[in-house]
Design a protein around this ligand. Structure first.
Ligand code: NDP
Length: 495
């Protein structure tokens, strides 16, 4: 294997970064015919390390046509046979783990342990949906007792058809697996649009399709920046659009889908709460709070970015959390001890720095951080904690997508729950407390799609992922993620 070495520590296979052809249509790699080349940037240095040509509008349409043709047979293939392809994807990801980990470290800025989790999660998702696909055909034709003499009913879960999958840059391969695995398991064919910032890791799915012998057109990949997403969401061939990203773009996807009454799944932003109850073990709560906002440099839709701590333990907890944040090792892949990497993109770096400037201008109390890491290259910022941010301030209300925590103390649990729910988002939440039943009771009252009690954020593939309120529409993962790509057909017949 030929590799390129970065900062003497990171070897990345040239096959994964120096790709001549990045558009995958109808079972083969094509040269992109889009206008401007896209650069892949290393956020630890801010320098481009590869360039690739995106898909043109005509190629997007070709991909949609290929997916439409392939659906005719893929949707009718035995589900256990489809499961075999999914298992091959999982195995292929595991076989490439070392290379993919390095690519993630290079292009996303993830510390090694985070990049490893990503590859494992993506593979586990394919395995999980292979298991559901195994059972799918056996579950078809489920009888329904109509309670009417001479009539029998049965239901069938049918694949929707060709679907467009538009994914973000914060967990490449993972959020793709959450869409692609259930879509293929259900019998849908797909056109995938990777984020322009982290396209290279997503291209591995084209390699895996070839290696697994996936029928041509079942998976197509159209990289792009600026117009490919809109071309996909407006293409009349797709029977569903699944999108992960910002609320603003999610609204555009939904508008395009509305014109054709096509269903959407939207996985959008969050401003998730973490409630530390007064009986919490402080050391444990500190670890959970830090992981909830500093993992992936805070670039998580599920980041617990608003923290509420009981008055009784507030001083001790805040002191310990600030101390932990100050001790976190921030660094790139040239530092094996790095616990938090850089922000992944230049726009995100600019956005987080503008938040710091706004906080300073508005006199928000900053307990630690509040600035970019000085004297270096790349998109590094300090782990940051603000206290008593006014409730109408953007830092309290809006998703930042960076390692920026806003905290306040509370007098009563009722007050904490009320403040936690006082948000337009509803994706995730965490509750920490020693009395497990009391903590679980608080969790039940939080308006969010996924809640952790006394644990860091783990998301096994058989859970449900998605939000209430502005955080999105629909659920990924679990059986709900599969049904997102199915339509129900009911047959009533004379017995
Ligand atoms: P966006 O969410 O705005 O998404 C950009 C992607 O959407 C690109 O792939 C783009 O492709 C595509 N797109 C743009 N317009 C359309 C359209 N009309 N129809 C379909 N697709 C379209 O991501 P950003 O990177 O700009 O991130 C901005 C903010 O989004 C972050 O600061 C963060 O707050 C949030 N975010 C949330 C994530 C989550 O997990 N929920 C993940 C990532 C970001 P093209 O340019 O080719 O059209």
């Amino acid at each position: 294997m030929t590799t390129r070495t970065f900062a003497a520590t990171l070897d990345v296979s040239t096959a994964m970064i120096d790709r001549d052809a990045c558009v995958f249509i109808d079972g083969s790699w094509r040269k992109g015919e889009g206008a401007a080349a896209i650069s892949a940037v290393d956020p630890s240095t801010g320098e481009a390390f590869a360039q690739f040509k995106p898909a043109s509008a005509a190629q997007v349409n070709e991909a949609a046509e290929a997916a439409t043709r392939a659906f005719a047979s893929w949707g009718k293939m035995g589900s256990a046979k489809r499961a075999g392809y999914l298992r091959a994807f999982a195995e292929g990801l595991r076989a490439r783990k070392a290379e993919l980990v390095h690519l993630q470290m290079l292009n996303n800025g993830k510390p090694r342990f985070e990049a490893e989790i990503d590859v494992d999660d993506a593979a586990a998702t394919f395995d999980y949906y292979a298991g559901l696909a195994d059972q799918l055909d056996a579950d078809q034709g489920r009888p329904v007792d109509l309670g009417m003499d001479g009539l029998a009913g049965a239901t069938y879960a049918e694949p929707l058809g060709p679907v467009a999958l538009i994914v973000a840059w914060n967990f490449p391969m993972v959020t793709t697996a959450w869409k692609l695995a259930p879509a293929l398991a259900a019998g849908c064919t797909a056109v995938l649009k990777p984020s322009e910032f982290t396209t290279l890791a997503e291209l591995v799915y084209g390699d895996l399709a070839l290696e697994a012998g996936l029928p041509a057109g079942v998976l197509n990949i159209v990289p792009g920046a600026g117009d490919v997403g809109a071309a996909l969401s407006e293409n009349r061939r797709f029977r569903k659009i699944s999108f992960t990203g910002s609320n603003a773009t999610g609204a555009r996807v939904m508008t395009a889908a509305a014109a054709r009454a096509v269903p959407v799944s939207l996985e959008l932003g969050g401003k998730s709460p973490l409630i530390v109850l007064e009986d919490a073990n402080i050391a444990e709560a500190v670890d959970i709070a830090a992981a909830g906002i500093f993992f992936n440099c805070g670039q998580m839709c599920s980041a617990t970015s608003r923290l509420f701590v009981a008055d009784k333990i507030a001083d001790d907890f805040i002191a310990a959390l600030v101390e932990k944040a100050g001790r976190l090792t921030v660094g790139g892949y040239d530092n094996p001890d790095a616990e938090m990497g850089p922000l992944t993109t230049a726009p995100q770096f600019a956005k987080v720095k503008s938040v710091f400037a706004q906080a300073q201008a508005d006199g928000i109390e900053c307990l630690t951080g509040g600035k970019a890491v000085e004297g270096g290259r790349g998109y590094f910022v300090e782990p940051t904690i603000y206290r008593n941010v006014p409730q109408d301030h953007a830092i309290w209300q809006e998703e930042i997508f960076g390692p920026v925590l806003a905290l306040r103390s509370y007098a009563t649990v009722e007050e904490a729950i009320s403040l936690a729910n006082d948000t337009s988002f509803g994706l995730a939440a965490t509750v920490v407390g020693t009395d497990r039943q009391a903590a679980a009771a608080v969790a039940r009252r939080i308006e969010a799609g996924h809640i952790w009690v006394n644990t860091i954020q783990v998301i096994p593939p058989n859970t449900a992922w998605g939000g209430f309120k502005r955080s999105g529409i629909g659920r990924e993962l679990g059986p709900w993620g599969l049904s997102a790509y199915q339509g129900i057909k009911h047959i009533t017949q004379a017995a």
